[in-house]
Design a protein around this ligand. Sequence first.
Ligand code: HEM
Length: 499
Amino acid sequence: MWLTVLVVILIIVILLYLDTLKPKKFPPGPKWLPIVGSALEVNKIRENTKYLYKSFKELSKLYSKDGHLLGLKIGKDRIVMVNTVEANKEMLYNEDIDGRPKGIFYQTRTWGERKGVLLTDGELWKEQRKFLIKHLKEFGFGRKGMSEIAFSEAGHMVNDILEILDNKDNAILPMHNFFSTYILNTLWTMMAGIRYKPSDPRMVLLQAILFELFSAIDMVGCPFSHFPVLSIIAPKSSGYTDFVSIHKRIWQFLRDEIAVHKMRFDPNKEDKDFMDVYVRALREYGEVNTYSEGQLVATCLDMFMAGTETTNKSMSFAFSYLVREQEVQKKAQEEIDRVVGNRQPCLDDRPNMPYNEALVHECIRHFMGRTFGVPHRALRNTTLAGYNIPQDTMVVSNFPNILMDEVLFPEPYSFNPDRFIINGKLCLPDFFFPFGLSKHRCMGDVLAKCNIFVLTTTILQSFSLLPAPGEPLPSLEHVDGATASAAPFNALVVRRKTE
Ligand code: HEM
């Protein structure tokens, strides 16, 4: 009996010891303790720095001599943060690192299966990404139709503000989520043929829970993803219960929409949106290869999340700075007045408006300068920047390290569109790739840039945004999470006088 206990203890000790060993030539980083890995050290530093990206910067300074990579283990997950421009380019073009992570966190959002286009790889990702892009184009994606939809949404936005002003000259409006419904509408018109009013109660609820969800998790995971056992022994405090319940609400929202499309489907009528196309494919061929109704729900979920949160939060950063820095706002308005005059701005104006176009890139820089890339996964043992990356290691672009670098972007925390202008022309350096590179490059960059340009120029043409009287200026302390957001703030929206 005692011998058995001793052997069991010995095996546990050996397993715990093995858990602390790093693979040969693994990227440098903090020590690995049994079970928790480097989590304690990361958390300790995060208590001081408040933000995960700043903690990784501190840890990189401490451990990474050449600065390229930082190697960590959080719970069961081996994670490599890719810090530099050169290492990121090498990583994003390395096909061995073209996978997406597996596991409870990434799969719970799609009811335990690997579905969708954002967090999948292999045949399913390839086939479904191709199908999605091909058919979204039929409804305007990346084409003229897309800019017309953005133009129409911008018009609705101005009318909604005028309705709120109700003959007054100004009103105080909450800004951190202000643009989200208009942004969602541009995508949802193509995906589901629908536009919502920002006051629609379903939208208000969905936006609130999405904001909550993205603040509660990090792009590299959350407590129950690194320690899956927590989802069973401590589902509430590990965030698992909320994660599932938020997703259930979004699934329901999407399934309701798909049900409407299925009900009204008529094989003899022209498809009006992506859901129609997918329902037709399922009716004609059935659930073959990678096609299924679950895949349609997951694709909609991905587009909903990747397509609205990112653009909306980029704009929330832009406007928090525009309220603080009135001279930037005035410069943008001067260009709008000079080039566009009194008609509504549209995407065709962009080539003649380098300052406003640069403003779009500066707002994306501020967003991705606080947000990590979508994690990749090593599909097999490989190398990166001279280090070994074992199969199934999570590999993450550390965008903040590049986009907030003082050498690449002097005074990185100031909001300065002029940094992207040389001799009066927009000039983007080749170390600026906030949408990623290569095969997993963002699908929605064209739509995001179109929306930000059209919505920003349209609102600034008709209104100025000033600090709300009696309230502090918008805070520069942002909300951390899977995607960073400006802290909630109000602005005094003032009608501009037209001559
Ligand atoms: C400011 C706005 C946006 C930024 C900064 C952004 C950034 C990114 C980044 C960094 C990636 C990961 C690339 C990689 O893993 O190598 C990505 C992937 C993705 N984005 Fe975006 N994105 C934005 C807007 C959008 C929009 C509007 C859509 C929807 C139309 C979208 C859909 C996607 C999808 C589906 C992927 C996964 C691509 C794949 O793995 O094949 N994104 N995005």
